[in-house]
Design a protein around this ligand. Sequence first.
Ligand code: SF4
Length: 337
Amino acid sequence: MSMEPILKIENLKTSFMTSNGEVQAVRGVSLAVNKGEILGIVGESGSGKSVTSMSILRLLADTAVIKEGSIEFEGKNLIGVSKKEMRGIRGEKISMIFQDPMSSLNPLIPVGTQVAEMILEHHPERKKEDVKKEVLELFSRVRIPEPEKRYKCFPHEFSGGMRQRVMIAMALANKPELLIADEPTTALDVTIQDQILHQLRELEKEYGTSIIFITHDLGVVAELCDRVIVMYGGLVMEEASIDDIFEKPGHPYTMGLLESIPDIKQDKSVRLMPIPGSPPDMTNPPVGCPFAPRCPYARKICAQELPEFIELGEGHRTRCFLQYPDAPADEHNPFRR
Ligand code: SF4
């Protein structure tokens, strides 16, 4: 993996204009994805993780507006490129796997044809027989059994796991530089989930593709990713390597997420710790730390001001007042006891 960023997002702000007012879904996100790395983005529903990825691909609803910021990919700000140019980038240089493959696949067209069309759309000069051969190879690579026979099947003839493999084959058809996978294993059972994760890891090694893996599950991140970004209330709360996030989480929200991961070795009488409360209303986001109403360590200042980022080590930063150098060291500060 190289430390050269392939994608750099600076201060991204994306809102939805609704009849109830402006929903400030992403409120100033900055992040970078390095060449050949798998970056996990973790957070609950409404944290802004999916809107961040849809902003990259400009696949937002008509009510959405990118209000500020830049999304630099291969030296170009994607926010400024035309719709036509963006169509050329999507599926060719950046591709996406969604949670529900059934809604992304056309139910009336055989799966093989759909993957072939993805290649031909970007490379119309190619011969159909060569493209078919390539699709069959892709099917074998993502472990779809009997590729020749399966090529002609329709999406409803596949199981959920197999459909997701078709989506992976489609996403990889043009050997993209960046693959965005938005909760691709959430609807699958654990065994299939495990196989898909393993396959993504293999494909990343083979093609050197950078991957953004979006999930609400830190357990999945541990298995797959090199680095992780924890989002909450439309903001990045913590960023760290996988080792750091598990060994020394630097934010109370990350600690809450870690406590809610089931552990197979854990005593069954020990209950998992859910994070009480619900995410903030993004039509009226809090002025201070968005996690304050749910944070067991919140102080007066937390509801009044948004904490700045504090560097905790190389590549490890967090947004919490309790990590400030002058934060009190007492029993109410889990980081200074
Ligand atoms: Fe909790 Fe305050 Fe830290 Fe936010 S800034 S996570 S409310 S202690």
